[in-house]
Design a protein around this ligand. Structure first.
Ligand code: SAM
Length: 288
């Protein structure tokens, strides 16, 4: 436990999919003026250098954000990808992308005056970095930071006072039990706040717990009579390689606009980020 540091993966293809979907969800939910509570259950450090430290060891951004930014220079892109790139560029002063904002920074920048952001982080080093990073933001007074196990705490925050909420769940799955904790946390949260929007990131791996996650989520959503959407992005198909080649998001109570946005963005992401002929996407809606 606690060997995972998100800096190794900052700006990867998985971050791109997750943050693209997340931005769309927030923008949709903000179409109404009522206050929005956003819970980011697995926050990480908030923002990452891509030019020194862990990110330069793994170089995942080379096949992720750098590849997409270059593609966008010479090709037409969807409004969703343009909005996502704008968020990444707004953290960088020059044309060069030297830092990559994680979910807490992107979400903090999206907050309107009436919104609140709640961040959870358990890692003893990441929590200090997160607190420091968030304290630099002008939105910091709208952000609560908890050094607590979010799987255990989530239900206590549901429903949010305004009854309008987005929960981003982005575990590292470092602990195999995370799959089970996730299911329990979602069950409990839906029980208390059935109309909330829940966005769960997952890695597409052959390991049993990972492969069965979407089906388990589908069952939970169906039990609670909630519609849901599953999206996956694969950038290569090299079964012998151990690196992460595909990831997905499972969204419970997705906005009706999400599927259309994804149908515009996913083919472009496959073109921009695909590394071999196995690059592909999945986008499936399940209505109740
Ligand atoms: N959401 C971040 C982003 O998109 O920029 C990345 C988060 S990273 C994948 C997962 C983080 O969750 C790690 O920093 C890890 O220390 C933290 N974590 C793991 N288990 C946790 C738990 N039960 N509660 C809160 N944080 C946890």
């Amino acid at each position: 436990m606690f060997s995972y540091r998100h800096a190794f993966h900052a700006g990867s293809h998985a971050d791109i999919l997750k943050h693209l979907v997340m931005i769309h969800l927030v923008e949709y939910l903000q179409e109404k003026p009522g206050a929005l509570t956003i819970v980011d259950t697995h926050a990480g450090a908030g923002i990452y250098s891509l030019t020194d430290g862990f990110a330069t060891v793994s170089k995942e951004a080379d096949q992720g954000i750098y590849r997409l930014a270059k593609f966008a220079e010479g090709n037409s892109i969807s409004s969703g990808i343009a909005s996502y790139l704008e968020h990444i560029r707004s953290e960088n002063n020059t044309n060069e992308i030297a830092v990559y904002p994680g979910s807490p920074f992107i979400l903090a920048h999206l907050l309107r005056a009436q919104d609140r952001l709640k961040l959870f982080e358990l890692h003893p080093k990441e929590i200090d970095i997160l607190r420091h990073n968030i304290s630099q933001l002008k939105q910091s007074k709208q952000v609560d930071i908890y050094a607590e196990d979010s799987f255990a705490r989530l239900k206590g925050l549901m429903p949010p006072p305004s009854r309008r909420g987005l929960v981003l769940i982005d575990p590292s799955y470092e602990d195999k039990q995370d799959y089970r904790y996730l299911e329990t946390a979602i069950e409990e949260a839906l029980h208390r706040f059935a109309t909330g929007c829940y966005a769960i990131w997952y890695p597409c791996l052959s390991r049993r717990e990972s492969a069965s996650l979407p089906d388990h989520m589908k069952k939970i959503a169906a039990t609670h009579k909630r519609s849901c959407l599953q999206v996956e992005l694969r950038v290569e198909n090299a079964p012998k390689e151990r690196r992460l080649q595909a990831s997905g998001m499972f969204i419970i109570n997705p906005p009706w606009t999400l599927e259309k946005q994804l149908s515009e963005s996913l083919p472009i992401l496959v073109k921009a980020l695909g590394q071999d002929g196995g690059a592909s996407f999945v986008s499936k809606s399940f209505e109740v």
